[in-house]
Design a binder for this molecule. Structure first.
Ligand code: ADP
Ligand code: ASP
Ligand code: MG
Length: 889
């Protein structure tokens, strides 16, 4: 019998493995360790996913710029030779870093690079020659990389990208873009595609370069390696294209300008396209189209943090309306054209645009009125140099009056549904209202709103720059998507905070003790005294500060007062009630360790304070004028309104015209006269501008302002800059930078050594020491919204209802379970504002009964609780190193 084995069917039908295309930018290929990552990422995908992997690489960082310098028309032969020598040297040195023999691996390529100076095309076909020069960077880096990776075991093939990417000429392109800013055709015969890579599973090729129809090298434009990867992704119908760069994704603004920019976890192609074209350099604008047409998802990842999630750009199911990003472009040229002929002259636009077309210039934004048309030219699409502009203006002058406005910057808000958000952008419009805006354009695709302003506006760096300011206004405006967790990931700042700098919160390690306390009745606040001490000591370690007072309105619990007294803190009270409570708790306390800083207090309270001998702060002349007998001959502290406020919410900004606190500096002479009249003295100046402030420069500003006022008064010995230190309530927030705060204060103190520096923080000392224990009551679904009811509500913790404050909510009973759903966490109070957290992902038992914990509630938790709805006040307990304290207030 014939015993031939039947052919296994699976082998015949098995489709060829799919491709994943990875692209690595300049910084991702310039270090040996990065190439180890590249090799590992490629092998991991091939082994784990059974795919073939193509890595598209850029030139080493800075090399394309160096090559561009060589083709610079002004460079003479000697200068060019020097530049080439430097490029050769850089690659030889890098080959040695990779333990490769430079001559063996790069010899041929380096000879070609040298020969380019004598190449006849340098004069006869300048653009071809320029393309050839620019291409060398990618050819060198890919050759080095493939050689290095191949030494590590697996075989890595090398292919010349120009054999696969064919430049496709576009109508009306000028000569420059036909060679140096080309687009490619990604259609390919299936038989040819099957030959791609000759069966190799791991391949390295170049970004940035393609082949022109006449066989010469063509370039995709600066930053074009992303687009090479996209073309390969489309050509190979890849599973996805991964862009590996030096940032972990696309952010809501350039994270290097705006550290608070948020990661955009997921975008659809259209939004990503808009963000890329309006200036986010992280993706080359032309790279989205090919992937979108072939339905290939794009991932953006960080080569130095491969574990971070990054951005996924793909076709979306449901898009979330809202402003997603703000971007900016420099070097924009505006051409303003005024009709000289008749009003509403037929064919005017056709006449002027024909001239742009004639010069191969693509127009970006357009603004028009009846007699003026203004358009913008974007330098990333066009070669806009003075020759081109002169020629264009000469032609335009035949049909209109022309004015060129440059350099300008275009600032764009991107996001779906811009039209319906205009009313929320009031603050953003106001910000622009202060500047000279040359053009505003809102596109009918409803994705973008652009303002063109003078470029110099972008030059201001740091937190006060235009982009950080606008980004902050946008976040505060409510124009960002409502269901923001579906769109935004963590901020750049948070991603880069040292992961270890935020220790595991105390309540995680004390879970058993907390569950036990929860059985004693909830809602219940629990305070962890070691955490109070830790904060107290960290602040006490800053040498610039001479005295520290605890603002006990944050939390007047007796155990906390005793703890801070032992740590050497004084106290700041704002009412007669607080004074009475403080001296009852600490009867032996020296009254000179106590500040009394009330707002609109009664005569009785001042009389009580003077009788106790504490230090009194005044913030208007009213008490002096009406009750002079109380203050005669006394030392007084004066609360100043520095004229501005800061803080996490309007309701906690305590400086500025709108706030009820403090004396305006202009009325200081009148106040001084009143003080003099009763024989009192101003011995201290104080200002407190707000709460939840992250930027240390604010206290330095206040300090400097108070110190200069103090110089004019002459009797002042201390300056009190208040509190306001920010608390990291969000799990990914960065802890307050105490060192920067200390340094900022020390710098000003050095300028005014004659004054004692006082501070009076409340929140920062105690917020993280406290948690609120609560029990679930009900789990209810209504119209698709899941609600988790708690026995704690706005009567227990007012901050979310009053300020929209965020507090982390944790299911203590199921701390290690997977989250089941997103819940609105609500309390039992008959108010629709009684919501403690929205859309919180939590593991929750449908029966209720779980014990939950609301974190960082040590400040302004119990102290703001009320008996509203007659639901009673929360319980309070204390945990210390030595175990449970009695806890009686
Ligand atoms: P590569 O060399 O890897 O191609 P690029 O320098 O071209 O990298 O692009 C990455 C840079 O893009 C980032 O370092 C960042 O400065 C800049 N960038 C600008 N806007 C954004 C944004 N919205 N999100 C992320 N990065 C941005
Ligand atoms: N090396 C090229 C450039 O710097 C292309 C790229 O890196 O994307 O423009
Ligand atoms: Mg790039």
């Amino acid at each position: 019998m014939h015993a031939a084995e039947p052919m296994p069917r699976a082998d015949i039908d098995k489709p060829a493995p799919r491709w994943i295309v990875l692209k690595f930018g300049g910084t991702s290929v310039s270090e040996r360790s990065r190439w180890d990552t590249i090799g590992a990422l490629m092998r991991e995908r091939a082994d784990r996913d059974g795919v073939r992997v193509l890595a598209v690489v850029s030139a080493l960082s800075g090399i394309t710029n160096a090559l561009q310098n060589i083709i610079d028309v002004h460079a003479d032969d000697t200068a060019c030779a020097e530049r080439i020598a430097a490029i050769v040297q850089r690659h030889r040195a890098f080959a040695e870093t990779l333990d490769l023999d430079p001559d063996a691996v790069l010899g041929e390529r380096l000879r070609k690079l040298d020969a380019l100076l004598a190449d006849p095309r340098r004069t006869s076909a300048q653009l071809d020659w320029q393309a050839e020069v620019l291409a060398q960077g990618e050819l060198l880096s890919s050759t080095l990389g493939a050689a290095y990776l191949s030494k590590q075991g697996a075989t890595f093939g090398w292919i010349d990208a120009r054999d696969w990417l064919q430049a496709a000429p576009l109508p009306n392109q000028n000569e420059w873009s036909r060679r140096l800013s080309v687009s490619c055709d990604t259609r390919i015969a299936p038989a040819k595609r099957a030959r791609f890579g000759n069966g190799a599973a791991l391949l390295v090729t170049q970004g940035f370069i393609a082949r022109h129809g006449d066989g010469e090298t063509a370039i995709l434009g600066r930053g074009g390696s992303d687009t090479s990867a996209a073309y390969f992704g489309a050509l190979l119908s890849a599973q996805r294209v991964e862009i590996w760069t030096d940032v972990p994704g696309m952010f809501s603004a350039n994270p290097r300008q705006v550290p608070d920019a948020r990661l955009l976890s997921r975008l659809d192609y259209e939004e990503a396209q808009e963000i890329a074209t309006t200036g986010a350099k992280v993706l080359h604008p032309r790279c989205i189209h090919p992937c979108r047409a072939a339905n290939v998802p794009i991932w953006i990842r960080d080569t130095s943090h491969p574990q971070m999630e990054g951005t996924v750009i793909a076709r979306s199911v449901a898009s979330v309306p809202g402003v997603k990003a703000i971007s900016s472009r420099r070097g924009i040229v505006l051409v303003a054209m005024e009709t000289i002929g008749m009003w509403q002259q037929v064919g005017f636009l056709a006449d002027i645009f024909e001239r742009f077309k004639r010069h191969g210039l693509s127009v970006d934004l357009i603004g028009s009125s009846e007699t003026n048309v203004t358009v913008s030219l974007d330098p990333s699409d066009n070669l806009v140099n003075s020759n081109v502009l002169e020629a264009l203006c000469a032609d335009l002058a035949e049909v209109c009056r022309v004015k060129v406005i440059a350099p300008c910057a275009a600032i764009t808000l991107v996001g779906r549904g811009m039209r319906s958000l205009l009313h929320k952008l009031g603050d953003v419009w106001a910000e622009f209202g202060r500047e000279r805006v040359h053009l505003i354009s809102q596109s009918s695709n409803d994705l973008n709103l652009t303002f063109v302003v003078d470029e110099a506006l972008l030059d201001q760096d740091g937190a006060d720059g235009m982009m950080p300011r606008l980004h902050a206004l946008l976040i505060a405006s409510g124009a960002m998507p409502v269901d923001e967790s579906a769109v935004f990931g963590p901020s750049w700042r948070a991603l880069h905070a040292d992961a270890t700098s935020r220790a595991v919160p105390w309540w995680r390690t004390q879970r058993e003790a907390l569950l036990e306390l929860a059985t004693q009745g909830t809602p219940r606040y629990v305070y962890h005294l070691p955490t109070v001490r830790e904060h107290a000591r960290a602040l006490a370690a800053l040498p610039a500060i001479d005295r520290r007072f605890y603002a006990l309105k944050a939390n007047p619990h007796a155990a906390i007062l005793r703890t801070l007294e032992k740590e050497g803190y004084g106290f700041e009270c704002v009412s007669g009630g607080e004074l009475a409570h403080l001296f009852k708790t600490l009867p032996a306390l020296d009254p000179q360790r106590v500040l009394f800083t009330p707002s609109f207090a009664t005569r009785g309270e001042y009389a009580d304070a003077t009788a106790r001998g504490v230090r009194i702060t005044l913030d208007s002349t009213f008490p002096l004028k009406h009750w002079p007998e109380l203050f005669r001959g006394r030392d007084l502290i004066l609360r100043i309104d520095p004229g501005f406020g800061h803080g996490h919410h309007e309701k906690v900004r305590t400086g500025g015209k709108g706030a009820k606190f403090g004396i305006e500096t202009g009325t200081l002479p009148a106040f001084q006269a009143t003080v003099d009249a009763i024989g009192a003295r101003i011995v201290g100046l104080h200002a407190h501008i707000g709460s939840g402030i992250a930027e240390s420069s604010h206290w330095a500003d206040v300090y400097a302002r108070l110190a200069s006022l103090a110089d004019g008064i002459g009797t002042v010995s201390s300056i009190d800059v208040g509190g306001g230190l920010g608390v990291p309530y969000e799990p990914d927030a960065v802890p307050f930078d105490l060192a920067a705060y200390g340094a900022a204060l020390a710098a000003i103190k050095a300028a005014y050594p004659q004054y004692e520096l006082w501070v009076e923080p409340g929140r920062w000392l105690v917020a993280e020491c406290g948690v609120l224990l609560t029990h679930a009551t009900q789990v209810v679904e209504k119209s698709g919204v899941h609600r988790l009811g708690l026995d704690a509500g706005m009567h227990t913790l007012l901050r979310p209802a009053l300020y929209g404050a965020f507090h982390q909510i944790v299911n203590l009973s199921r701390i290690d379970d997977a989250d089941v759903d997103a819940f609105d966490v609500v309390g039992p109070i008959c108010e629709s504002g009684d919501v403690l957290g929205r859309r919180r992902k939590l593991p929750v038992a449908t029966t209720g009964n779980d014990a939950l914990l609301i974190a960082d509630t040590g400040a302004y938790g119990a102290s703001m609780a009320s008996n509203y709805n007659l639901r009673g006040l929360p319980g309070e307990s204390v945990l210390d190193d030595i175990g449970l304290d009695g806890g009686a207030p």
